[in-house]
Design a binder for this molecule. Sequence first.
Ligand code: CA2
Length: 145
Amino acid sequence: MSRRLLLVNGPNLNLLGIRDPATYGTSTLADVEKITSDAAAQVGFDLRTIQSNHEGVLIDAIHAAREDCAGIVINPGGLTHTSVALRDALTGVSLPFAEVHISDVNAREEFRRFSYLHDVAAVRVIGEGVTGYATAVARLAPLIP
Ligand code: CA2
């Protein structure tokens, strides 16, 4: 069994640390990838990362993870609330995955309360800021044989 995780960040998360610090904080995407990579290393995993603003690119990366990853940590961005296709990709590869949201989606607009992943994610971490990515790794790793 591979000791690698895939970190997926969806649309607009490349803007982390550049726009809207009141909602998402001041850490950048590079900081998020380092936090997640360090957390993965602590539990014996290495990390592949992808961020894309294109749904199909994310789906292709999830499909590829079937070959050599043991689990997925994903912040799907706005696709959380819209994408059956992303849900189908994640369930299709049969890898355990953690859904992460930096902000507290339950305390914002009504449309952010629904997630297409809510009932299929092995782990959900919501509203812990960017340290939520480390929490997600720590909670996901014990679920991987
Ligand atoms: O809280 C989260 O992590 C979200 O997944 C972020 C998504 C949002 O659509 C979800 O409802 C909650 C948005 C990602 C966009 O990130 C930005 C970061 C900085 C500036 C602008 C957008």
